[in-house]
Design a protein around this ligand. Sequence first.
Ligand SMILES: Cc1cc2nc3c(=O)[nH]c(=O)nc-3n(C[C@H](O)[C@H](O)[C@H](O)COP(=O)(O)OP(=O)(O)OC[C@H]3O[C@@H](n4cnc5c(N)ncnc54)[C@H](O)[C@@H]3O)c2cc1C
Length: 172
Amino acid sequence: MSDPRPSVEDQRELRRTFGAFATGVTVVTVGGRSPHAMTANAFTSVSLDPPLVLICVRRDAVMHDRLDGPFGVSVLGAGQEEVARRFADRWRPLGAAQFDGVDHTPGELTGAPLIDGALAHFECELWKTCDGGDHTIFVARLLGMAPLADGDPLLFYRGRFRRLGATKEVTA
Ligand SMILES: Cc1cc2nc3c(=O)[nH]c(=O)nc-3n(C[C@H](O)[C@H](O)[C@H](O)COP(=O)(O)OP(=O)(O)OC[C@H]3O[C@@H](n4cnc5c(N)ncnc54)[C@H](O)[C@@H]3O)c2cc1C
């Protein structure tokens, strides 16, 4: 009798099954002469002592080669779906122009643009990288943080943006 379970080699099914794990949504940013931002949900707290977080970035993403120093992470609130979509759009302009219309403030410790209205900001510096297959795992040490607001988070679940409560979607 054949096994009805999909194979882990089936990337469509794998993505769908990974999608059962609900996450928050962040924007990872680097500053400098050519600032850059990328929407990421593969963000996790790792350690309290030392204070570490990790983020997984696709090897062929522009952001992949920009995370070799300090960077910022903004944890998005429920009303920031458009910001998440902007920094996941691969046709957005490069450099400072990608931030047009998105309010942000340079981090005091890193200069990385931090998204205004986010629920929390973290400022980090690269600590270690690990091979993560078609992604790289960037482990970073926290330099500073700001727990900013108490509002609801923006969530990502089964390939869609959601809000807390029932199974309400942000957009139909
Ligand atoms: C909810 C959500 C969560 C996500 N989580 C993650 C995650 O954790 N990790 C992850 O790796 N990805 C994640 N993604 C996907 C990621 O946000 C997008 O792939 C994003 O576009 C990657 O940004 P990037 O700038 O690093 O790379 P790219 O999208 O590769 O590059 C975009 C930039 O490069 C420019 N560009 C692209 N191609 C060219 C070209 N040929 N010539 C000139 N310029 C070009 C574009 O104009 C744009 O400025 C997530 C997406 C969503 C919606």
